[in-house]
Design a protein around this ligand. Structure first.
Ligand SMILES: Cc1cc2nc3c(=O)[nH]c(=O)nc-3n(C[C@H](O)[C@H](O)[C@H](O)COP(=O)(O)OP(=O)(O)OC[C@H]3O[C@@H](n4cnc5c(N)ncnc54)[C@H](O)[C@@H]3O)c2cc1C
Length: 381
């Protein structure tokens, strides 16, 4: 097995690294929560010139046409430099879905606006009674002339309050088997009848929302693919979401920061030393699991239980790192106020934030089910 870059990959890595060293990118803040958009426009322009807003999109749609390995290398280098990338749901999941399933009119209307940062998108999938069993979703879209009329509710919609469009799944045939009566719709969030209620997370942040629909009209031209076949398109979007790893690089960096802090402040007891040594080994294992997923994709196959293994391990490792940091920092680790808290409050914020990692994008239990049944061939019940 070969773990080093081949000569072309090494050249590509050097190109990305050189660019980041000279282009003065905005950096991810200590607590990992990037909210300030003051210098994003200039940065977006620099990335756009190279097709690096959406590096994996084909060149004809404004991307750089990179393969999965090159994309992974780029993600690694951005993470190493703590440089802000312009990804997000629209670039990472919706764009590739539209490229695969959208019609020419939809591609023309939406892809260039995503790249220009004119539109930002949220994902309307989960409902109060439908998360892990997403295909049971109940939000209805009923045909009325040239429109669908939507009634129902979504929940946990990240960024609904800052997005001007939503890609969503709605039930368009209640009599069909549950996977076959769902359509994939693009919804302008300014359409009358939409109301958004904030949900504040454990860390006191407003990241996700409840979204309510009351007689919301969506034109037929905003249906992606065939009516009632949206489940399969929605699943493609989820595949893109679950494959967007790179997370393991982030885990190692977070760990490095804690280790520096522990060294500088002489916080090392025997238990701290043992725990962090163990986590260092686990972070190395996490990286190899990510490499496994990438190498499957690079060979033109779709990772399945392998992606679940990486997702499960990475998200649970994130929680173990967060718990270890809180324990090593003692009472001070609970502080969040910048200027007062050690590491600008990173320990407490990531401790609270890491809870979501084992829920979002499919819970740990769901990943274990996938690994057990599809990976190990164990019986379902
Ligand atoms: C930070 C964050 C951001 C999110 N952003 C979005 C978003 O933008 N758009 C969106 O649509 N959704 C979003 N979600 C929702 C997310 O997709 C769901 O929370 C997730 O799929 C789980 O669904 P649920 O919350 O309904 O839990 P449930 O499915 O009700 O699960 C409850 C518990 O039961 C367990 N469980 C369920 N089924 C099984 C089973 N078959 N076997 C064993 N155990 C099972 C689960 O593991 C879990 O512990 C977000 C969630 C988080 C945490």
């Amino acid at each position: 097995m070969q773990f080093k870059d081949n000569p072309e990959q090494a050249k590509w890595r050097a190109e990305v690294r050189d660019f980041l060293a000279t282009a003065n990118p905005p950096r991810m803040p200590e607590d990992g929560n990037f909210e300030d958009d003051t210098d994003q426009r200039e940065w977006r322009g620099k990335l756009a010139q190279r097709g690096w807003i959406a590096p994996a999109w084909p060149k004809e749609y404004g991307g750089a046409g990179l393969g999965v390995v090159e994309q992974f290398i780029m993600n690694e280098e951005f993470a190493e430099a703590r440089a802000v990338a312009m990804g997000g749901a629209a670039v990472g999941f919706l764009g590739p879905t539209l490229i695969q399933y959208g019609n020419d009119e939809q591609k023309k209307e939406h892809l260039s606006r995503i790249l220009a940062g004119e539109t930002s998108w949220c994902q309307g999938y989960s409902e109060p009674g439908s998360g892990s069993d997403l295909a049971s979703l109940q939000t209805r879209a009923i045909r009325d002339g040239d429109d669908f009329v939507i009634n129902g509710q979504k929940i946990w919609t990240s960024g609904a309050h800052t997005s001007n469009w939503m890609f969503m799944l709605a039930r368009t045939d209640p009599d069909a088997p549950k996977h076959r009566g769902i359509s994939y719709l693009l919804l302008d969030m300014k359409t009358p009848g939409i109301s958004i209620r904030p949900l504040i997370n454990l860390a006191g942040r407003h990241g996700f929302n409840e979204v309510f629909f009351e007689d919301v009209r969506v034109p037929m031209r905003n249906v992606v693919g065939e009516i009632n076949r949206g489940w399969y398109i929605g699943a493609t979007t989820l595949d893109f979401e679950r494959s967007s790893i790179g997370n393991s690089v982030g885990q190692r960096q977070v760990l490095e920061r804690y280790i520096e802090h522990i060294k500088a402040n002489k916080l090392g007891s025997e238990s701290v030393r043992n725990t962090f040594a163990e986590l260092w080994v686990e972070a190395a294992a996490a990286k190899l699991l990510s490499y496994n997923v990438i190498s499957i994709q690079a060979a033109g196959r779709v990772p399945n239980h392998e992606a679940s293994i990486a997702k499960l391990y990475n998200s649970e490792l994130g929680q173990r790192i967060a718990r270890a940091a809180m324990s090593a920092l003692g009472l001070q680790g609970n502080l969040t106020e910048p200027g007062v808290a050690p590491l600008s409050g990173r320990a407490a914020m990531t401790y609270m934030g890491s809870v979501a990692g084992t829920i979002a994008g499919g819970t740990s239990e769901v990943q274990r089910n996938v690994i057990a049944t599809r990976g190990l061939g164990l019986p379902r019940a």
